[in-house]
Design a protein around this ligand. Structure first.
Ligand SMILES: [Mn+2]
Length: 459
């Protein structure tokens, strides 16, 4: 990503958004427990995409005539004492290809004067309270007004632009995936009965940290894979457990990787684990095989669901007509979430912009349990990078509730399903690029088939 890249990206954005000024707000530091102890800093992804500067307290303003200004804090002579020699605001503006830079304190005044001349200020929906507060201060509006009127036009323009990845962006994602590959290699050495989940999490995080990479999200490393949002690592792995590991890291330009593997703690899968694992793998491969421009990701999700339902039927857990079961949503007892999401500078790319990212205009999300959680439903285009991550989970509370209410009793053999309570969950996730004719799995292949996983674990 060189200066020309950022100039070209902003120019394209400026030409798509007709009229008005575009305000891109960087991130502020956030304190953890007292002012001088911040959380690790992560720049706003849109700001990274259009400006590239990874520093707090910046804003970029693009005026209707294309004039661009980078706003930031003025240098304090003491900065050299606490931070050592470092590039100053003018250097950052230069690196981003922006002709002008000004003291942040002048931004509010400029915005108010633009508004006074009836120039619309396009800004994005604030996803953090401090961003809402800062926008309110800058625009001289109330918090409610700021929340109510982000620019739908700016959102649409950015979604269209950021959804299509250039070769350089794909290279960044594959760079992050190379680190993911090494992280999984490190995990295999630590997975085993008597070891803690935290040892696996630590070994993986250590690989990323040693390469000076942040993780792209808090990883899931758990023998309770059926607990979908689980960021605790306190369990001791037991023989017969399945360890679900969903993790990712960032490239030098902050592009994400996002990979899930499910590993047998003993090193080999037990017979019924093989059955469930193979059903998930088959559904992931079927979805990837069908991925190409023009096919909707919702269609891929349903291909994965039907493949999974067939596998569950073979195991005696589901019954009846597979297509009818999936149309009714019965498979969602086991496959509770969606197939995947866009990936880029954000691991869930542009999720702060809402369903404009994943759904065509005018198409609302399904209200059916399972399908309602599908983040990406729209037709795929060449250049999209998406995750494909089906899973089968045995969630005790859900099985018991549906059983008690006889939900989809035509399609689910509850007696058999109950035997899988305690089994956990299996998810397999890769990141793929939609090509003009199909799809390509990105990165060096990370062991995935039953044979490959067992071999990686030393069996
Ligand atoms: Mn994912």
């Amino acid at each position: 990503m060189d200066t020309q890249t950022y100039i070209a990206r902003r120019k394209a954005l400026r030409s798509t958004v007709k009229g008005g000024a575009i305000l891109l707000l960087g991130q502020q530091e956030t304190s953890r427990n007292y002012l001088a102890n911040p959380y690790p800093f992560r720049q706003d992804s849109h700001f990274l995409y259009y400006v590239g500067t990874d520093l707090p307290d910046l804003a970029a303003l693009i005026l209707p005539d294309g004039e661009e200004i980078l706003f930031g804090a003025p240098e304090d002579p003491d900065d050299l004492v606490w931070h050592g020699p470092h590039p100053v605001l003018g250097d950052h503006a230069g690196a981003a290809g922006m002709a002008q830079h000004r003291d942040f304190s002048g931004l509010a005044e400029q915005l108010v004067s633009l508004a006074a001349s009836s120039v619309d200020i396009h800004y994005l929906p604030p996803y953090r309270p401090d961003r809402t507060v800062r926008l309110a201060e800058l625009l001289g509006r109330s918090l409610d007004e700021v929340t109510a009127s982000p620019s739908a036009e700016l959102v649409r323009a950015i979604v269209a632009q950021r959804s299509i990845k250039s070769d350089a962006e794909v290279a960044q994602i594959e760079d992050a995936l190379a680190v993911s590959y090494d992280m999984y290699q490190a995990a295999y050495a630590v997975v085993g009965p008597g070891r803690r989940e935290s040892e696996v999490a630590g070994a993986m995080q250590g690989v990323a940290l040693a390469k000076d990479r942040a993780q792209s999200f808090l990883p899931i490393v758990s023998v309770r894979g059926e607990v979908l949002h689980n960021n605790t690592y306190g369990n001791v792995m037991q023989a017969g457990d399945l360890l679900l590991v969903d993790s990712g890291t960032e490239s030098p330009h902050y592009y994400a990787s996002d990979i899930t593997r499910t590993l047998p703690v003993s090193g080999t899968f037990e017979p019924r684990q093989r059955g469930v694992y193979q059903a998930v793998l088959d559904s992931q491969l079927a979805a990837i095989a069908a991925a190409k421009p023009g096919v909707t990701n919702k269609a891929l999700h349903l291909i994965a669901a039907r493949t999974m339902a067939s596998g569950l039927k073979e195991m005696g857990i589901m019954k009846g007509d597979v297509d009818a079961a999936v149309a009714a949503g019965a498979h969602a007892l086991f496959y509770v979430h969606g197939l995947g999401h866009m990936m880029g500078v954000d691991v869930h790319d542009m999720e702060d912009l809402g369903d404009a990212v994943g759904y065509p205009e005018g198409e609302p999300r399904s209200e059916q349990f399972g399908l309602a959680f599908l983040r990406l439903a729209k037709p795929l285009e060449a250049g999209f990078v998406i995750t494909v991550e089906p899973g089968i989970y045995f969630v005790p509370a859900l099985i018991e509730r549906w059983k008690a209410e006889s939900t989809h009793a035509d399609f689910i053999n509850y007696e058999e399903a109950a035997k899988f309570i305690g089994f956990g969950g299996v998810r397999i996730e890769d990141d793929i690029l939609i090509t003009p004719t199909g799809a390509r799995i990105l990165g060096k292949p990370i062991p995935k088939t039953i044979q490959e996983v067992e071999t990686a674990l030393g069996h």
